[in-house]
Design a protein around this ligand. Structure first.
Ligand SMILES: CC(C)(COP(=O)(O)OP(=O)(O)OC[C@H]1O[C@@H](n2cnc3c(N)ncnc32)[C@H](O)[C@@H]1OP(=O)(O)O)[C@@H](O)C(=O)NCCC(=O)NCCS
Length: 181
């Protein structure tokens, strides 16, 4: 089942997506904004990543496709899925050069929230942000109803210095209140 927003569709990642995903995975400007890190990705590593992903139901990663042109513009995820306590972490990434500040990120998070809370009956979603990532912070908090819940001091090492990690989240009650507005 596709996860549908108003502007985007979240679908499974296909082998044909891998060359673009490899480019994005190696783009320094994207790596700078993301909490995770890895060494340079080869085509073979991308193949293995996709194979491992198929066998991992607790870490879901999706392609973000525009509804109108059906163009791959980024990836989104629901990872660290915890079925007992009914929570998970989310992530969203639009490719470098893809259209920003047009609502695609917000639409993706809202589609993920609707899926997590209304279809999977989750209680809570979490994510973490590097302190300088204003686009992500604004997307989650001002556009999607999430709240800052704390900061871990000097959690990330980027560009020769440490930066804080911002912890943000949303519970199902807050999601339904947000959607009523
Ligand atoms: C974060 C990201 C997904 C946002 O996607 P987007 O489609 O540009 O965001 P939206 O258009 O939905 O905008 C959401 C909010 O963020 C704000 N915003 C977006 N880009 C911004 C920027 N460069 N500077 C300041 N605010 C910005 C928008 O103004 C909007 O806030 P508003 O509703 O108060 O006006 C996108 O910038 C991205 O992929 N960045 C690189 C990867 C990344 O950082 N992922 C998140 C890791 S935690």
């Amino acid at each position: 089942m596709y996860i549908c927003g108003k502007l985007v569709t979240l679908r499974a990642i296909e082998r044909e997506d891998l060359s673009l995903l490899q480019l994005w995975s190696n783009a320094p400007e994207i790596a700078y904004m993301l909490g995770g890190w890895h060494f340079p990705s080869s085509a073979l590593m991308m193949e293995k990543w996709l194979t491992d992903l198929q066998a991992d139901p607790l870490n879901q990663r999706y392609a973000i496709e525009t509804k109108l042109q059906k163009r791959l513009i980024g990836t989104a995820n629901l990872v660290n899925i915890n079925w007992k306590d009914r929570n998970a972490c989310t992530g969203v990434m639009l490719g470098p050069g893809e259209i920003k500040k047009q609502g695609y990120g917000t639409d993706t998070v809202i589609a993920l929230m609707r899926y997590a809370f209304e279809e999977l009956a989750f209680e809570r979603l979490d994510t973490t942000i590097i302190e300088y990532n204003q686009p992500s912070y604004r997307m989650y908090t001002s556009s999607c109803g999430w709240k800052e819940e704390g900061r871990k001091k000097n959690y990330y090492w980027r560009k020769n210095r440490f930066w804080d990690q911002i912890i943000i989240g949303i519970n199902r009650d807050d999601y339904f209140t947000f959607m009523e507005k």
